[in-house]
Design a protein around this ligand. Structure first.
Ligand code: HEC
Ligand code: HEC
Ligand code: HEC
Ligand code: HEC
Length: 183
């Protein structure tokens, strides 16, 4: 009897919340090269090129500099690339298990698309990408408005960054925004 009720509840739950079917939990980080295959043409808005020219693309390489090692040495007596705290803002999927990364993913690519848009294995197919609701359900992260975007940026751009001075959202967003052209 108890067992029947258990299965009944489980069935109702799965019908009501189909996303419980593990779609999001098994999502893996695919890497910027995978996203870039489709997001590079002028018609699409050249997101790949805009990102490549941004500081986010070299966030990991920055940790390999002498300046970074000096900061990490002083704070934690470690090399910067071995310091979990530095990595938490300078790479994508910091601290996540090895099983969470696809074969093309490279840590050296720093703060990649999926650091902001979420791990992409479940939303990266053309069919899902063209359907915004389906993409969001499969884990694509988007924001409601600029207030929400700013709040998100400041999860890394804040005084926990040893080199932090200030974060002016309007100027900083203008430097990296990458819209799909209208029309
Ligand atoms: C197979 C091609 C393809 C791949 C791979 C791909 N995308 Fe897309 N993506 C598209 C297309 C097509 C659209 C729809 C764009 C449009 O509105 O014209 C889209 C839309 C988007 C949008 C905008 C959604 C919206 O409605 O505002 C984001 C954000 C996005 N992709 C991020 C990514 C990220 C991050 C990756 C890598 C994990 C990725 N895409 C991989 C083809 C792709
Ligand atoms: C996962 C952490 C993370 C998030 C989220 C993040 N950034 Fe960054 N950002 C960095 C790091 C790390 C650097 C420094 C990279 C370097 O110089 O090596 C940086 C650098 C930058 C720079 C270059 C600095 C300059 O003075 O020109 C801009 C612009 C920028 N970020 C804008 C943004 C905006 C806008 C958002 C939100 C949409 C954002 N970032 C979200 C980590 C992040
Ligand atoms: C809370 C997020 C965060 C953490 C933690 C963090 N950084 Fe950064 N780092 C950033 C951001 C954002 C920038 C770019 C803007 C700034 O300087 O705040 C940056 C920029 C840098 C720069 C370039 C500064 C410049 O003027 O060009 C260096 C070097 C650096 N970080 C080293 C480190 C080291 C070493 C650690 C670990 C001890 C570390 N960061 C930890 C977010 C972080
Ligand atoms: C630092 C965070 C960050 C990074 C890195 C980043 N994006 Fe975005 N992306 C955003 C934000 C914020 C928006 C604005 C979304 C909105 O308006 O809701 C956006 C919007 C988009 C859009 C939709 C634009 C539109 O007009 O609707 C696409 C497509 C996209 N990003 C693809 C990418 C791809 C591909 C990469 C990597 C090459 C990437 N993004 C890297 C934060 C980021």
């Amino acid at each position: 009897m108890a067992r029947r009720i258990f299965y009944l509840i489980l069935t109702v739950l799965l019908i009501t919340f189909p996303q419980l079917e593990f779609a999001q939990s098994k999502a893996t980080y695919e890497g910027v090269q995978v996203c870039g295959m489709c997001h590079k043409s002028a018609k699409q808005g050249e997101q790949l090129k805009i990102w490549q020219e941004s500081a986010h693309a070299k966030a990991y390489k920055t940790l390999q500099t002498k300046e970074a090692d000096e900061i990490a040495q002083k704070l934690h007596k470690k090399k910067a690339v071995e310091d979990a705290e530095c990595l938490s803002c300078h790479v994508t999927g910091a601290g996540k298990d090895k099983s969470m990364f696809g074969s093309k993913f490279k840590i050296e690519d720093g703060v990649q698309c999926e650091a902001c848009h979420g791990p992409g294995s479940e939303y990266k197919s053309m069919k899902i990408m063209k359907d915004r609701a389906a993409a969001v359900k499969a884990g694509l992260v988007l924001w409601k408005d600029e207030k929400e975007i700013e709040k998100f940026c400041t999860t890394c751009h804040n005084e926990k960054s040893p080199t932090f001075k200030k974060f002016d959202f309007k100027t900083m967003w203008a430097k990296i925004k990458h819209p799909v052209p209208k029309g």
